[in-house]
Design a protein around this ligand. Structure first.
Ligand code: AMP
Ligand code: MN
Ligand code: MN
Length: 316
């Protein structure tokens, strides 16, 4: 059932024990929103746990509360009054779904949200879930402090490509300004999160050598099979390098993270790439989407390119 922001605040106020989760393969918005909301709920005197079913990259230790994020263990049974899922539909929270049995409240900005939660607050116009969490903090009557601001600013900055992408709205920038006024330190966050080990910069260079141009240069992508990912770690930021190639409308990366399990990222300058991601059970936003394909790198590449070409054809 879809609810309003006011009802979302009321749902949080009415309970004492709250578990917050977000999507597997968590990004800055998933982690920043989770910690930002956790700080706000603690300020209200709630008992809060953050449980995400994945490893949290060490770079996020710049965020206050990083050490509070737990990972669910198989067979564990977490007793709580409410499970709050952020930046995700309930199908992508991993083992948290089994370990926590409680009513679910879902807060998200993905237009592809499947609406399976007991209560859903969805705002597809928000650049990031963190933008919604800031509004929620105001609605809850909590005074935003530096800890909350650092976390939410991170979510907002990272989901907008540091305020460059088309999802950046006047409200996004107003929110960012409020967060700075509350004590967020932008350079501390960007320096921590943009920093890469030397080896990863070299992996990025190796991966960029493998970028292929398709459809008269309208499509560009790179596929990294399991063997090559064993040799060079999966480079962060690769999709961003593909996206900027002149003339490219659809950019993709395909990484075979485990044998026969490929993670796909899609970006576009206009075409709705959720149409491609949804065909493989994924989702996302018009200009940024993703999915997983349970096939070898070569087979997944064929399927993905076929789906991209079909969407390009339909757009003509
Ligand atoms: P990424 O390429 O991983 O940065 O993801 C781009 C966007 O698509 C983000 O908003 C993700 O949350 C979303 N997304 C990525 N993978 C999936 C998936 N398997 N299912 C649903 N949404 C996804
Ligand atoms: Mn996310
Ligand atoms: Mn997000």
């Amino acid at each position: 059932m879809q609810i309003s922001l006011k009802e979302t605040a009321a749902a949080l106020k009415s309970v004492q024990r709250i578990v917050i989760t977000a999507h597997v393969n968590p990004d800055g918005d998933a982690i920043g929103s989770s910690l930002g909301l956790a700080h706000a709920l603690k300020a209200l005197g709630k008992e809060v746990q953050v449980s995400i079913d994945d490893d949290i990259p060490a770079a996020f230790s710049v965020l206050p509360g990083y050490e509070l994020i737990g990972k669910p263990a198989a067979g564990q049974n977490i007793q709580t009054d409410l499970l709050v899922a952020l930046d995700v539909s309930l199908d992508r929270i991993g083992q948290v779904a089994e370990v926590v049995s409680a009513p679910t409240l879902n807060i998200d900005h993905h237009i592809t949200n499947d609406g399976q939660a007991d209560k859903l607050y969805l705002d597809g116009t928000a650049a990031a879930t963190a933008e919604i969490i800031y509004q929620l903090i105001v609605e809850l009557g909590v005074t935003c402090d530096k800890d909350m601001a650092m976390c939410l600013y991170t979510g907002l900055a990272m989901d907008t490509g540091w305020f460059r992408f088309s999802n950046t709205t006047p409200n996004t920038l107003h929110t960012a300004a409020e967060l700075l006024a509350c004590g967020a330190v932008p350079n501390l966050i960007s320096e921590a999160l943009e920093q890469r080990p030397f080896s990863e910069v070299q992996s990025l260079a190796a991966a960029m050598q493998k970028i292929e141009l398709l459809a008269d240069g309208k499509v560009a992508g790179v596929c990294l099979d399991y063997a090559s990912l064993q040799e060079h770690e999966a480079p962060e930021g690769l999709i961003g390098m593909v996206r900027v190639i002149e003339g490219v409308d659809i950019a993709f990366t395909l990484k075979e993270k485990e044998p026969n399990l490929c993670r796909v990222s899609l970006r576009s300058k206009g075409i709705d790439v959720t149409r491609i991601a949804l065909q493989f059970g994924g989702g996302g936003h018009v200009r940024a989407a993703g999915c997983s394909i349970e096939k070898s790198c070569a087979e997944a590449r064929t399927d993905l390119i076929r789906a991209i070409m079909q969407v390009l054809e339909e757009e003509r």
